[in-house]
Each structure stands twice: as structure tokens, then as C-alpha cells.
Design a protein around this ligand. Sequence first.
Ligand SMILES: Nc1ncnc2c1ncn2[C@@H]1O[C@H](COP(=O)(O)OP(=O)(O)OP(=O)(O)O)[C@@H](O)[C@H]1O
Ligand SMILES: [Mg+2]
Length: 368
Amino acid sequence: MDWKERVIDEAVEAIFTVDADGTLLSFNHSAEQMFRCFAADAIGQPLERLLPERLRCGHQQLFRRFFDSGVQSMNMSGRAPVTAMRASGEEFLVDISLVRVDLPDGQPGAAAIIRDATERSQAAAAAAEAQRYQSMVLLAGGVAHDFNNILAVILGNTDLALASLDEPAIAGEALEDVRSAALRAAELARQMLVYAGKAESRRELVEIGPIADDTVKLLRGSVGATSLRCSHDTDLPPIEADPTRIRQVVMNLVINASDAIGGEPGIIRVAAYPVHAEEPWWAGAHLAPPEPEGDFVCLEVVDTGGGMEPDVLSRIFEPFFSTKFPGRGLGLATTIGIVRSHGGGIRVTSEPGQGTRFRVYFPAASRA
Ligand SMILES: Nc1ncnc2c1ncn2[C@@H]1O[C@H](COP(=O)(O)OP(=O)(O)OP(=O)(O)O)[C@@H](O)[C@H]1O
Ligand SMILES: [Mg+2]
């Protein structure tokens, strides 16, 4: 064993090499421990043996692309860890770096350097949970404030009505105000439930395309000089959803796009199309669906507005986060609640001055 082989064998990281076909050629001691598999059993096997079956095809393509690309090294886990599998079938999360190497016989090969990412992803999940908690605190704070204002209107008008019982016109007006304030309170409560993903909602088979069309027609009058276009595939699969909520999502996204353009000439494009997704595909998404693999219908809203700075983009789904007016900022908080309650996903890309692209994914209903 020369010194390089000794270093590799002693490394804390799992390291293995493969040839251009993805056949395992070496497997260090840490790899044996991580994958619970002896080097002698691993060598000669295809690399995909180390992955759960459902991910093999996607990784094979990625590996091929890496090999064909001329890229010297690549971080395969990007922003999110990748799922790997021990010999026992147990799945776990890893970070993988791939490095191009020359094999001893002069042929091109690759080395993979692998670290267990279980702890890292637990920390990330805890951070996400903390953020969710923080946004609930924000929501509770903001809503309590709004409720207080509404209650002040209700109590004041009730007193006025009681004191004016012999003047029915004044009492009547006061009661009208009580009624509309109570309705506002009810609407606020409903929005909170939607945000928490707990709102009562009915589910039926829904075609997103016509819903997007109808909503866009409704909004056309309110976008000023901006051109608002809607297109969708005619044979989109249906989704299982509450149509009112889907309308609300389209509306929130289009109104935001319109606000971003600000009545200037500009373009808002609404589209719906089918997408087939697998787990690694959701890396970097703002919301990943609980069942990441399968057919989805994507609802996309693209605008040519001012776009967002990264520090704005990172906060847009927080309740009461708004760059417009204080007291607003429930549009996207509600939207993410709706999408979450439908088992969907969200991806947003935006650059200052370059416009914004929102993509919302709903699981396609199986057409059994
Ligand atoms: N298409 C977009 N382009 C640029 N910025 C956007 C876009 N969509 C959302 N934003 C930013 O995200 C923030 C939050 O959006 P959200 O819809 O939650 O609240 P809002 O539009 O400010 O108020 P409302 O409660 O009336 O919807 C906005 O204030 C804006 O800064
Ligand atoms: Mg909004």
C-alpha cells in the first residue's frame, strides 16, 4: 500500500472510486462503516447499489452528465443532502463531492468523497421549525393588534347604539359598523386558519387551467397598462383541491406581480403545465412537498417588475412581512398555507431589476 492509499483508507470521510461506467473500483474503511458493507463485496458492483432504488435513474443521468461535461469536481448534494442507502436497506443523508481522477490504468475515473449529513439536516430542520415558530409568534402578535382595533370599533359602536336607543337612525348606523367589523374579524380568523394549514376546505377534482383563465379575466381590469397573459396545456391532469383556494393563490400571485410592475407597461405571464419531479429536484425550493416524487401541475406567474433583493426574497412568506404598507403582508403567508395544505411545493426566483418568477406545484390527481 503506498502512502496515498494509506491516507485514503484512514480518512474520516467515506471515499470510493469508480470507472466511467460507474463500477466501484475501491472502497475505503470509512465507506465500509458508513454503508455497512465490506470493500470486497462492494468492489465490482455498480455505484447505484449505494442509493435507494427510486433515485438510481436520476443519479445515473447526473453521473453521466458529470463525466461528459469536463467539469473537474462537483458538489452533488448542492444545497440539500442526498439520500443514500446502507447494505441493510436503511436510508440516510449524505453530502457528496465528486472529483475527476485518472485511474491507475490511465483511464478516466471519479472519486466520491462522502460525509454523513444526518446531523446537518437535523440542524437545518430544527432551524426551519424555529423559523416557523417565529413566524407564528409574528402572526399572533400582528393578529392580536388587528383584533384589538376591530374590538375597539365593536365596543365603541355598541356603547353608542345602547346610548342612542331612542334615536334609531344613529343606533342603526352604529350597529351596521358593528356588523362589518365583526365580519372583518371573521375574515382575519379564517386567514389565520388558512395560514396554519387548518382551514376547513372541500376537496374535488379541479382543472387549474380554466381557474387560472377565469381569475386572470377578473383581474384584467385592475392591472393598468400591464399586459396580462394566460396560457395552459389543454390536457393537464386535474388536481385534488379546493377551487376557491386555488383561485386565491392565482389572485395573490397576480396582484403581487401587478404591484411589482406598478401600473407601468410590463408583462405578467400566467401559465400552467405538467411536471414530473423526483426528490433531488426540490433542492433549493422554498417549500418541498411531503411526497416529492411524482406528477405535479405547475402554476407559474412571471412578471417584469422590479424583482427582489435576497434579503426581501428570504422573508416574503413571513406573515405581515410587506414592503408596501404596514398591516399587509398576508398574501404570500396565506398562499404558502394553501399550498402546504394541498401537499404542494413552491419555488421562487427573483433578481433586482430582472422581475420575478413564482412556481407553485400541486400534486396531480391520479386518473384511476
Ligand atoms: N412579484 C413580486 N415582485 C417583487 N416583490 C414581490 C413580489 N411578490 C411579493 N413580493 C414582495 O413580498 C412581499 C410580501 O408579499 P405578500 O403578498 O405576502 O404581501 P403584500 O403584497 O405586501 O400585502 P398583501 O397582504 O396585500 O398581499 C411584498 O410586500 C413584496 O415586497
Ligand atoms: Mg400580496
